[in-house]
Ligand binder design. Structure first.
Ligand SMILES: C[S@@+](CC[C@H](N)C(=O)[O-])C[C@H]1O[C@@H](n2cnc3c(N)ncnc32)[C@H](O)[C@@H]1O
Length: 407
């Protein structure tokens, strides 16, 4: 989903992003609908300056290291963009001219590769494929005229990902520092049935106040863990573990011509040190997952290893009715039960939600619970009074997150 940058205009170009530019850089981090405030809070706690949530994303300022940190550390942003130009483009010629106004040799080599992401809303150019082609033509023509050689298009692993957003004929051109979308953390090889997007799982945990519960020493349990997204995100949050660490160098900025390896190295080393200390603090036996499907259990095991969390997350094959809290302090039970869009039939689901409610009431007193479902009508079968609700989007599906205090 493209950001709606209504009140957002970049005021600096990255002349020397890694150096001592006195002007801060302006970034924009798009995110899923309804989590802008959570993302703004996250970016504030990361120390970003002038953080401003708008619809579909959050603008913030900082130096180049801040942009790199947002890519590596944001659990909620889908991308991190560095705007490098804005102009009015009510027709294809104006778009072409505006794109040619950017000096592209500062961003990609003539023999390099690029891809263009183009989205449009409320504009005369209303076809994103056409817009992307026009932008690509303008860039490669600039190279051809200047050097006789031009970058080629690589949609899979480009050196430069260009992002153009056209809103009411106003174009914002950005370098996409993230490259691959940030929910691709690099740990999930096994998807399982209906897995949650990692950024959505992180939003569920943030709303459920898992970071506070974890800081107080609480446990985390997912009674229907599927591929383990909530478990892994919960472990990473509790262990001060940057969610992008498993991506290695797989970020959009690493082959961008203005990339500063020394700055990235410092950001990366700091994240590695924090992970070491954080895992020690988290300790073992705090994060537990269950699922009745043996393939899900297997997927979690693999994903946990890929995420560098082996030993910190336990998982077992168990039917919901047989789950019990492990010995230790109470904490948070978070569950994303099947909800009928893609799994199971409805009368079975009524019973499943009733069983979940019974299970929480009978065995998890003193805990908090968060239940995330795309079929909120099923929640009343749990027979628990929610003390809060949030609406979150799973792709285009509006879903509800119910919060409970279990006595
Ligand atoms: C929507 S998926 C969970 C997806 C997960 N949040 C993820 O990100 O991969 C629901 C899971 O509930 C499990 N499940 C359904 N009924 C169950 C039951 N009675 N006991 C235990 N697990 C169950 C399914 O096997 C499935 O993996």
């Amino acid at each position: 989903m493209a950001p709606l940058m209504t009140d957002h205009a970049p005021h600096s170009t990255p002349e020397s992003p890694g150096g001592s530019a006195s002007e801060p850089l302006e970034f924009f981090a798009p995110c899923a609908m309804n989590i802008e405030a959570l993302l703004a809070y996250e970016l504030n706690t990361m120390g970003m300056a002038h953080v401003r949530p708008t619809r579909g994303g959050v603008a913030f300022e900082g130096d180049l290291a801040a942009g790199y940190r947002a890519c590596l550390w944001s659990r909620l942003a889908s991308r991190v963009l560095l705007p490098i130009g804005t102009f009015y483009a009510a027709d294809p010629q104006a778009l072409y001219k505006g794109i040619q106004g950017v000096d592209w040799q500062r961003h990609v080599a003539p023999e390099g590769t690029l891809v263009v992401d183009f989205s449009t809303s409320g504009s005369a150019i209303d076809h994103s494929h056409f817009g992307a082609l026009k932008v690509k033509d303008a860039i490669v023509d600039q190279f051809r005229e200047a050097c006789g050689v031009r970058p080629s298009v690589d949609t899979v692993d480009p050196d430069l990902r260009v992002n153009v957003y056209l809103y009411r004929d106003q174009a914002t051109v950005s370098v996409d520092l993230s490259g691959d979308a940030l929910h691709r953390r690099g740990y999930r090889m096994q998807g399982g049935k209906a897995p949650l997007k990692e950024t959505l799982a992180a939003a569920i945990l943030a709303h459920a106040r898992w970071p506070d519960i974890a800081a107080d020493g609480g446990q985390f349990v997912d009674l229907m863990c599927g591929s383990g997204t909530l478990l892994i995100e919960a472990a990473m949050m509790a262990a001060d573990f940057a969610p992008g660490l498993a991506r290695g160098d797989n970020f959009g900025f690493t082959r961008w011509l203005q990339h500063d390896e020394a700055v990235w190295d410092r950001v990366w080393t700091d994240a590695r040190d924090r992970r070491l200390a954080g895992l020690k603090k988290l300790g073992t036996n705090r994060i537990h997952g269950y699922d009745r499907d043996p393939r899900a259990v297997e997927a979690v095991r693999e994903n946990v290893v890929n995420g560098g969390l082996e030993g910190y997350v336990t998982v077992a094959r168990r039917e919901l009715a047989d789950t019990r809290p492990e010995p230790g302090p109470p904490g948070l039970v978070a569950v994303n039960p099947p909800y009928g869009e893609r799994l199971g039939a409805d009368d079975r689901l009524n019973h499943l939600y009733a069983a979940l409610g019974g299970q929480l009431k009978d065995h998890f007193s003193g805990w908090r619970a968060a239940v995330f479902t795309g079929n909120p009508g099923l929640a009343h079968h749990m027979r628990l009074g929610a003390d809060k609700k949030h609406t979150l989007y799973n792709g285009a599906i509006p879903c509800k997150l119910f919060h409970y205090r279990l006595n």
